[in-house]
Design a binder for this molecule. Structure first.
Ligand SMILES: N[C@@H](CCC(=O)N[C@@H](CSS)C(=O)NCC(=O)O)C(=O)O
Length: 295
């Protein structure tokens, strides 16, 4: 079992911050929400996100000694999460996006954090990760991804591994189905789960490319996520409707896809007929090398 051992005060310097955060654009979020609300099995009652995503957050983690931030990238509708120990200042980042690297590094610098791990929940198809570029800018930073993802990274994660930062940690749960290398990262006390694209709010990751398998995804969610406590907060990698957080109990009761039988779920997922993510042909090869594809 691998574990990310606490390192002694790594010296980090944020290099060349150009401070040009990309905003959440009305056009991109609306188009994405349109994609999503036209998907069978996904509730279409919620209004698409057209304003400030930060104003929508109604539930947040409140663990003592934990700094927690949910950040949004508007073009791919991706959530990036920053977690840190408020005493040691050790931090990890989950699913960082290339377009928002300057925003993220600026925050890390302003909050005086020592970023020790950049972890991707899987090899994303819709955007390029910033984990490789972050490693070039931050001394001591390590990248991490599931060993089943086929992607290169400093830390090849396996089931049960613990990613430690100060006195906190995330446990790696393999939740394949959207891709082979999908993981759900569960905070130590099971108060939060970062579900990547496995479980979305009232939805789930598609299963029509990158080793996708609907029956595997159904099993993963039911055995690895729906077995967590009802109150466990669910933080997904994407949302196309402005939703920011859910709970395991809520998803178990109200998720329109996962409340179906396995047979119904498989049929539904195999007939979604969604358009391919616009950036899939550049994102997948780039993310197999931590986002540093030169081609
Ligand atoms: N419009 C987006 C892609 C939207 C999409 O396919 N999202 C994925 C997760 S990113 S690979 C997904 O699994 N969606 C599930 C669903 O039911 O919509 C783009 O072009 O990038």
């Amino acid at each position: 079992m691998c574990s990310v051992i606490r390192r002694v005060k790594p010296i980090q310097r944020v290099a060349a911050l150009s401070l040009r955060p990309r905003g959440h654009t009305k056009e991109s979020s609306y188009a994405a929400a349109q994609d999503r609300s036209s998907s069978p099995g996904v509730g279409s009652f919620a209004a698409p996100l057209c304003g400030n995503a930060r104003s929508c957050c109604s539930m947040v983690a409140k663990t003592k000694g934990l700094l927690f931030r949910q950040m949004f990238e508007g073009e791919s509708c991706t959530y990036t999460y920053l977690l840190a120990d408020t005493e040691t200042r050790e931090a990890i980042i989950i699913d960082p996006v290339l377009e928002t690297i300057d925003r993220d590094l600026r925050l890390i610098q302003e909050l005086d954090l020592k970023l020790i791990v950049a972890v991707n929940t899987h090899c994303h198809a819709d955007h390029i990760t910033s984990s490789g570029l972050m490693k070039k800018r931050l001394v001591g930073l390590k990248s991490a991804i599931s060993r089943f993802s086929g992607a290169s990274a400093d830390i090849q994660l396996a089931e049960g591994d613990k990613i430690k930062f100060g006195k906190h940690y995330l446990t790696v749960n393999n939740t394949p189905g959207h891709t082979d290398g999908c993981t759900t990262l569960v905070f130590g006390d099971q108060s939060m789960a970062f579900t990547g694209d496995s479980l979305l709010i009232r939805g789930c990751g598609r299963t029509d490319f990158q080793q996708g398998c609907a029956s595997r995804l159904y099993e993963s969610i039911h055995t690895k996520i729906f077995t967590l406590p009802d109150e466990c907060l669910v933080y997904p990698a994407h949302d196309y409707l402005g939703q920011t957080v859910s709970t395991v109990g809520e998803e178990r009761r109200f998720n329109p896809r996962l409340t179906k039988t396995k047979e119904e779920f498989v049929k539904l997922m195999n007939n979604l007929n969604l358009p391919k993510p616009k950036k899939i042909d550049i994102s997948v090869p780039a993310n197999l090398v931590c986002g540093l594809h030169e081609g």
